[in-house]
Write a protein that binds this ligand. Sequence first.
Ligand SMILES: [Zn+2]
Ligand SMILES: [Zn+2]
Ligand SMILES: [Zn+2]
Length: 304
Amino acid sequence: MKLRMSDETARSNFNAESAKRSVAITREATASPGPGDERRAHARYLTTRPLVVIPLLPDHQPMRVFQAEGVTIDLSQSGVGFEISGIDRLPSSRLVVGIEGEDEQLYFATLEVRRVDRSNGRLVVGGNFTDPEEDVLRPHNVLPHLNPHSHRFETGLPTLTLYKWAELGVCRPVLIDRILVCPDCNAIPTIRRGCRACGSVRTATSQLIHHFPCAHVGLVSEFEIDGGMCCPKCRQRRLVIGADYEYLTGPYRCLDCNWADTQMEFVGQCLVCDLRFPIQQAIEEELIGYYVHRLDPMGLVSKN
Ligand SMILES: [Zn+2]
Ligand SMILES: [Zn+2]
Ligand SMILES: [Zn+2]
């Protein structure tokens, strides 16, 4: 009875609306920009904005030594033209570009270089933004999600790679969640109530009778005397439910290990290694996502 009350209190204190909002904020912050207005989509806008260029290594790590600064020349939904000084060549045809917005914040996108011209010691570069699903900094790569094969939460890019992008200020680590995982292999468990001693769910509870006048509590079988209901302590006969006595749920007994207890335990079972463990032994794992201010090119030009 007490247990049920505390359950219900916990449930009513847990605000489902706030919880939904918290999840929605996480999703919104990481959504890619929607498709731009068709009319503007193919137009190129002359715009001069500070920009940084970071060439990409084949393993998606930033090529730091070639990091360069420049200014944009023109911008469209599909690409950008810009000039940079300080380097005499681009070491790769895939770049991450960060273009400064009105708020002096850099907004990032992955660019496929289409042309490079040298003029007066500067490089004039034109390229196309990669498809959202090919973008190195797409949500799948930077946010933890359940990998159905490994049964673990993972980011598309290795943590070390994300850490290098974070060091450059391209993304920012944010705590997304803290979850309980298998103490042996860090995979996700399923959870059930089970025996405190062995984790089994095969348990039985005995029903008890509480006799009000004498306060005796005993097994139902002890009250069944001579074909009627009779209190084994005070010997009162012809007991009436509700008026004389009530049923109580007694302790449970484990049918596998014979352990008896008043409470069950939350027991985890790992989806990968099958380990059963009391949930207190689970390891708490922090899920870190890497937030990126992603470039919405038309959002930048329409504010001009
Ligand atoms: Zn495991
Ligand atoms: Zn047991
Ligand atoms: Zn009695």
